[in-house]
Design a protein around this ligand. Structure first.
Ligand SMILES: [Zn+2]
Length: 280
C-alpha cells in the first residue's frame, strides 16, 4: 500500500506456535484462553510478518522471519510451517539481491533466522548478500555473548556470517536510517530491541516488533515471559499507545495471526484496533 512517499507491505513468512503461558506471562490462562484458544499442547497460533519498505532510498526489509535452517525437531516444537518470505518477496516483484538494507528489531531466531541460508556445502551464508544489516550495538553484544537465560533465543549462524561478510552496521540508540525511516531503541523485550517508525506525507506508522507482538498484547499487563526487562517494556508500551492514539499512527503487528495493521481507538478504559488497512 502507498504510505506517503513510500510503498509498504507486510510480507507473510508463515505461521508458528508458542506456549500460550509464555506468550502472556503473568496473565492467568482462564483470561487469555478466551481471547486466543490454545491447541492440545497449550500452544497458540502466531504469524511472522516481515515489513518491506520501498523507498526512493532503496528497498528495506525489517526482520527476516524464521528462515529455512531449523531442524525437523525444532520445526515440530514450534509448529513451524514453511518459510514463505522469498515467495512473498517475489510476489512483490523483488529478489533477495534487490534488498539494500535489512533492519533487525532484534536477533532472536524468529526475527533473524531468515537472514542466512545453508549453501550447497551446508554452510550458513547471507540470504540478502547485497544488503547492509542494521542492528543496535546492545543487541549485537547480547547475541554474541548470551547468558544462561538468553542462549536459547540466539543462533550464531543467523548473524555471525553477516559480520564475516562485512554486512553488519551497528547503531547506538535512536537514529534516522534514511529519509522518513527512523529506528527507535525501545529496550523491554531485549535491551537492544528497536522498532521502526515511518514518517511520510504527514502520516506516521510503527512496525512494533516484539514490543507489542499481537493485538492482545495492547493490554498493559499482557507481556511475554520472554521479555527480559518487563518494567521498561510496560512504560514504553504505554507511551507508544498514547502517542499512537494522539497522532493517529498506523500500527503494524509482526506476530498477530489475524490482524496485520490498524489504527487505535479508545473505548472507555480499553484500546481497540480499527483494522482497515488491508494488505494487497
Ligand atoms: Zn518475535
Amino acid at each position: 500500500m502507498t504510505f506517503g512517499e513510500m510503498d509498504i507491505r507486510l510480507l507473510d513468512d508463515g505461521t508458528f506456535k508458542l506456549d500460550g503461558g509464555a506468550m502472556f506471562g503473568i496473565v492467568p490462562k482462564p483470561l487469555w484462553e478466551k481471547i486466543t484458544p490454545p491447541d492440545e499442547a497449550n500452544r497458540i497460533p502466531l504469524r511472522t510478518g516481515v515489513l518491506l519498505v520501498r523507498h526512493q532510498g532503496g528497498n528495506i526489509l525489517v526482520d527476516t522471519g524464521m528462515g529455512t535452517k531449523l531442524s525437523p525437531k525444532l520445526r515440530s516444537i514450534y509448529g513451524l510451517g514453511p518459510s514463505l518470505l522469498l515467495g512473498a518477496l517475489a510476489e512483490a516483484g523483488l529478489t533477495p539481491d534487490d534488498i539494500d538494507i535489512v533492519v533487525f528489531t532484534h536477533l532472536h531466531i524468529d526475527h533473524a533466522g531468515g537472514a542466512t541460508r545453508l549453501d550447497d556445502s551446508g554452510k550458513a551464508t547471507p540470504a540478502f548478500p547485497r544488503a547492509e544489516h542494521v542492528i543496535q550495538t546492545a543487541e549485537w553484544q547480547a547475541a554474541v555473548n548470551p547468558n544462561e537465560r538468553t542462549r536459547g533465543s540466539y543462533v550464531p549462524d543467523d548473524f555471525v556470517p553477516l559480520q564475516d561478510n562485512g554486512l553488519v552496521r551497528l547503531v547506538d540508540g535512536d537514529c534516522d536510517l534514511t529519509d522518513g525511516v527512523k529506528l527507535v531503541q525501545t529496550g523491554g523485550h531485549t535491551d537492544g530491541h528497536q522498532i521502526v517508525v515511518l514518517d511520510s506525507g504527514g502520516r506516521k506508522a510503527a512496525f512494533l516488533g516484539d514490543l507489542i507482538p499481537t493485538v492482545s498484547h495492547l493490554k498493559l499487563p499482557y507481556m511475554m515471559a520472554y521479555d527480559l526487562y518487563p518494567m521498561d517494556l510496560v512504560a514504553r508500551k504505554k507511551a507508544l499507545i498514547e502517542t499512537a492514539l494522539a497522532e493517529n499512527w498506523l500500527l503494524i503487528w509482526q506476530h498477530d495471526p489475524n490482524i496485520e495493521m490498524g489504527h487505535l481507538r479508545r473505548q472507555g478504559d480499553d484500546v481497540l484496533v480499527e483494522a482497515g488497512s488491508s494488505l494487497d
